[in-house]
Design a protein around this ligand. Structure first.
Ligand code: UT7
Length: 325
């Protein structure tokens, strides 16, 4: 069996920062509330003329360079986003053209914040069947463009970013096990409307603007803790390992309280968890690849380490992956 391994990573964070003091100036909130309930101190926001594909191109280019490849060697580009530039063309096609990845097939998919692990799972299938050698998985979102900055319950949470990884055919172990799933029955807990004329949904929004994101925070939080803990347990078990074998967990960076409750359920210690949410907030699917890039830069991952990536999000969806580095 051919192994699928991450051979390169890259991230991009836009320059502009909204710190908690700025959030206090636009909605009825406080630094104290945001820190206590979420752990977030600041979030990075794309420029007005900076879109999902602009960030995706930079992250994708960095991942290809980090893998020591040329764009022509990429066979497939998968792009996870819930904030595309256009419904068509797909963001992945725009990225393909800009990168000069002329030999790559390209498609977008929507698994919201579970997008990175879902992308690794798709890439693994194409590689293990021998169809492709190098798959570029990109996660990019400009959530700020879908955020209602009058809604204090959501606007303090989100930021913008892009993260990418090249998954390649390898003789070494790489993505050992994955677990993705959905609870569609709870899907209306996070909504962002497209063409559907849904007055009830539109009315839920403080600004009654159809194109903003709405969320039932408490319901999502309950789902997230259980979904992350259970999916992580399953990938560890599938791999025939125990938590003692795992050196690092990189969770979706949504909220410190969610992560803390999930890791308590898993029974692992805080020092095995990588967090950067205080600086970036929830950047959707790019949270995990950006955190992975930073964990590597900071020397938190060594060759041979076993790590767990785990996320949850809109859909509702979840995904976990166990990797040997
Ligand atoms: O990527 C996946 C996306 N989603 C998530 O990860 C979100 C999951 N949910 C959460 O992280 C949490 O539910 C939140 C951080 C969104 C909210 O925390 P919470 O502990 O669930 O608070 P709550 O919604 O129960 O609200 C408690 C109070 C309410 O006031 P009352 O009704 O008790 O008077 C809210 O109106 O806090 C109020 N509140 C705020 N107060 C100050 C809500 N947002 C804010 C705010 N500042 N920004």
């Amino acid at each position: 069996m051919i192994n699928a391994k991450i051979t390169g990573v890259g991230g991009y964070i836009p320059e502009k920062v909204y710190d908690n003091a700025y959030m206090e100036s636009i909605v009825d909130t406080s630094d104290e509330w945001i820190l206590r309930r979420t752990g977030i101190k600041e979030r990075h926001i794309s420029a007005d003329n900076e879109y999902t594909t602009d960030m995706a191109i930079i992250a994708g280019k960095r991942a290809i360079e980090n893998a020591g490849l040329t764009p022509e060697e990429i066979d497939l580009i998968l792009l996870a986003t819930v904030t595309p530039d256009y419904f068509t063309p797909a963001c992945s096609c725009i990225v393909q053209s800009n990168l000069g990845a002329v030999n790559a097939a390209a498609f977008d998919y929507n698994a919201a914040c579970s997008g990175f692990v879902t992308g690794l799972t798709i890439a693994k299938q194409f590689i293990q069947t021998g169809t492709y050698k190098h798959v570029l998985v990109i996660c990019a979102d400009t959530l700020s463009k879908a955020t209602d900055y009058k809604d204090r319950a959501t606007c303090v949470l989100f930021g913008d970013a892009a993260g990418a990884a090249v998954v390649s055919a390898s003789e070494e172990q790489g993505i050992i096990s994955t677990d993705i799933g959905a609870d569609g029955a709870s899907g209306l807990a996070i909504t962002s409307l497209a063409y559907r004329n849904d007055e009830e949904e539109t009315e839920k929004r403080i600004s009654h603007k159809k194109d903003t994101l709405w969320m039932a925070g408490q319901a999502v939080m309950k789902f997230a803790v259980k979904a992350m803990a259970d999916a992580s347990e399953r990938v560890v078990e599938q791999a025939g390992l125990t938590w003692d074998d795992i050196s690092l967990v990189i969770p979706h960076q949504a909220n410190y309280r969610i992560v803390d409750s999930a890791i308590k359920r898993m029974g692992i210690s805080n020092d095995k968890v990588f967090l950067n949410l205080e600086k970036y907030g929830n950047t959707s699917a790019s949270c995990i690849p950006v955190a992975l890039s930073q964990a590597l830069e900071q020397g938190r991952i060594k060759k041979g380490d076993k790590i767990v990536l785990v996320g949850f999000g809109g859909g509702l969806t979840w995904g976990a992956a166990l990797l040997e580095w």
